[in-house]
Design a protein around this ligand. Structure first.
Ligand code: SF4
Length: 419
């Protein structure tokens, strides 16, 4: 195993868990896009509320100190496990390390479910039981997302998790895996967990998993089964490499009782991490009374010549109502108040009025829905100035992509409150 920069260990008890409504609905067995109503909605609201008040979720993650493949076994910290599938996954991705992860919804929800069953309240039992499963899925996803962020910082990538009981990994190895995980490094293991002889954990809403980590990110591209993002519902992820299979994809799809109007998994021309930073630092969004939305994006760059003078331009975009798909009703770009750099651009020095008119007249995608930016691919241009049409088009694309990204995040958060 190659030495890694630091050995990771995380442990915690999140104060809230935001199980996405569509994930809960899926686990309840309803078809995609189903909207809960009447008694089912009451029960779902009740289970969510009960868990918010009484549930005690937890997670633990520890990078193994050593990892090797020896014959048919994978060996973590000198403990051998026999899973042909996990072994081939780690080998194909040339994994250098593994992270051992345990998550749990806590014993409280399980005890309450048992009590409800004994009181002959099967509906309440079922909804709370499934909510516990949704919490475990959510914790696995968010713990995986923490690992992904850590791996990205170290130039690595995380593989899909694998657990005893999955195909080609005998659940009988679960007690050994738990024992290994409980050899914590500095943190306390956050919850009391045991594994019965059958391999079943107690509390049963507990998941033990192994995540491989590789420095060979390029190897994953053709090996799509080794990219975990397709089954990862973590909406705000900045590093996503593949669309989430169950996520809203297209304009018009029903999501939690309303139509999706932005493609949440569209391909942007720049990394989501950059869009997230620009959305936080450069963009402001303000809703108006008539249902429209005003966005202002501050661009800061430098002139390409004349000693690279700083430039600041404001992009103003007016979007129509959400239910119409955020049509672009107006857009304009102009030097920010107090900017003096623009007068040093080459074309400004040649014919300032002409250049400022051209900047003013650029209104790409005017009248179209904001989602159209995903299908607009102006040529790449690295120029920081506004002299040539390609460099202006490229900046507009980045501005509209940033607005699209910010609204997707906002919509994902709202969707969580809809059920
Ligand atoms: S979307 Fe992919 S990169 Fe992001 S947290 Fe999920 S698995 Fe990790």
């Amino acid at each position: 195993m190659l030495p890694l920069i630091e050995l990771l260990e995380l442990a915690g008890r999140p104060s809230t868990v935001q199980v996405a409504p569509e994930e809960y609905i899926r686990l309840l067995g309803y078809p995609r896009g189903h909207v809960l109503e009447g008694r089912a909605r009451e029960l779902a609201d009740w289970a969510r509320q009960w868990y918010a008040e009484h549930g005690r979720p937890w997670f633990y993650a520890r990078q193994a100190e050593s990892f090797s493949i020896e014959g048919a076994s994978v060996v973590f910290d000198d403990v051998a496990f026999n899973s042909p599938r996990l072994r081939s996954m780690l080998r194909e991705a040339e994994a250098q390390s593994v992270v051992l992860v345990a998550v749990g919804a806590g014993k409280e929800a399980e005890e309450e479910s048992r009590r409800l069953w004994e009181e002959e309240k099967p509906d309440e039992y079922f909804f709370l039981e499934i909510f516990g499963s949704a919490v475990v899925e959510h914790l696995t996803t968010t713990t995986g997302a923490r690992l992904c962020a850590w791996a990205e910082d170290h130039g690595m990538a995380v593989l899909p998790h694998y657990s005893p009981g999955y195909p080609e990994w005998d659940v009988a190895e679960q007690p050994r895996l738990l024992k290994l995980m409980q050899r914590t490094r500095g943190a306390d293991f956050p919850s009391r967990v045991e594994v019965l002889e059958s391999g079943m954990p107690r509390p049963k809403k507990t998941l033990l998993a192994v995540f491989g980590v590789t420095q060979h990110r390029e190897r994953l591209r053709p090996l799509t089964s080794l990219i975990p993002c397709q089954s990862c519902s973590f909406g705000p992820c900045q590093f996503r490499r593949a669309p989430y299979r169950r996520a809203p994809r297209a304009f018009g799809e029903q999501v939690g009782g309303r139509e999706a109007v932005l493609d949440a998994n569209g391909r942007y021309s720049v990394q989501r991490r950059a869009l997230a930073r620009w959305a936080a630092e450069r963009l402001s969004l303000r809703a108006s009374n008539e249902g429209s939305l005003d966005a202002v994006f501050r661009y800061e760059g430098t002139t390409c010549t004349n000693m690279g003078r700083p430039l600041a331009f404001d992009y103003h975009v007016k979007l129509g109502p959400r239910e119409e798909g955020y049509p672009i009703r107006d857009q304009r770009c102009a030097p920010a108040a107090g900017d003096t750099g623009h007068v040093h651009m080459c074309q400004y020095l040649t014919d300032g009025d002409r250049l400022m008119c051209a900047i003013e007249e650029d209104k790409p995608l005017l009248g179209q829905r904001l989602n159209a930016v995903l299908d607009w691919h102006p040529p790449m241009s690295a120029a920081g100035c506004f002299c040539e049409p390609p460099s202006r088009a490229r900046k507009w694309a980045l501005v509209l992509e940033t607005i699209h990204f910010a609204l997707v995040q906002q919509e994902s958060a709202e969707d969580m409150d809809i059920v």
